[in-house]
Design a protein around this ligand. Structure first.
Ligand code: SF4
Length: 189
């Protein structure tokens, strides 16, 4: 089993798929190694690629505010993406790119070992929950895979493009908080 630091040094040197060619930085992911909640997006955008950190542009600021609105801080959770290098012109990652890179995400999940996984947007949900996932119809539903409680909600960038989605996203975030409390109660027995 790797530590997150060991895994990060492996991923930083990765050239397993063509996305390595145009990247400025590998965006490994960040947050608490002991996080109960892990948020997963599809891949780095322009700002993330420049800074080497996930969710740092306007969408990232919105994600931070939503995390804070349910009582957590960004440092309490873990934030990562399915692909660690920016797809050119912000296109969706190709299936083959996601399939190669997701091995690193699996390691991150193994190391952090969260109880709750939240997919941000369609691409992450398709890679993690099931390939026919429809974000408008299936968001907000809890799925169980092994010990993990998994849900998908809108990507914060989609909320910036379409304000009308914010109400549903807020319901999803409240549901994340309830799930967290439920799991905590169970642990207290
Ligand atoms: S996207 Fe993932 S698999 Fe492709 S080069 Fe980057 S780290 Fe490697």
């Amino acid at each position: 089993m790797y530590t997150l630091d060991e895994l990060q040094s492996i991923v930083k040197k990765c050239h397993r798929c063509p996305l390595s060619k145009a990247r400025t930085n590998v965006v490994f992911g960040e947050g608490s190694e002991k996080a109960t909640i892990m948020f997963i997006g599809e891949g780095p955008g322009y700002n993330e690629d420049k800074m080497g950190r996930p969710f740092v542009g306007r969408a990232g600021e919105l994600l931070d505010r939503m995390i804070e609105a349910i009582g957590f801080k960004r440092e309490d959770v873990y934030i990562a993406n399915v692909v660690k290098c920016r797809p050119p012109n912000n296109r969706d990652p190709l299936e083959e790119e996601s399939e190669i890179c997701i091995e690193f995400l699996r390691w991150q999940v193994k190391i952090v070992d969260p109880d709750i996984i939240v997919c941000l947007g369609r691409i992450a949900a398709k890679s993690i929950i099931h390939k026919d996932f429809r974000i408008t119809q299936n968001r907000g539903i809890w799925y169980n895979k092994g010990k993990f409680n998994i849900m998908a909600t809108y990507h914060p960038a989609a909320l910036l493009r379409d304000e009308s989605k914010k109400r549903d996203a807020w319901e999803d975030f409240k549901s994340i908080k309830r799930k967290y409390e439920e799991l905590n109660e169970d642990m207290k027995g």
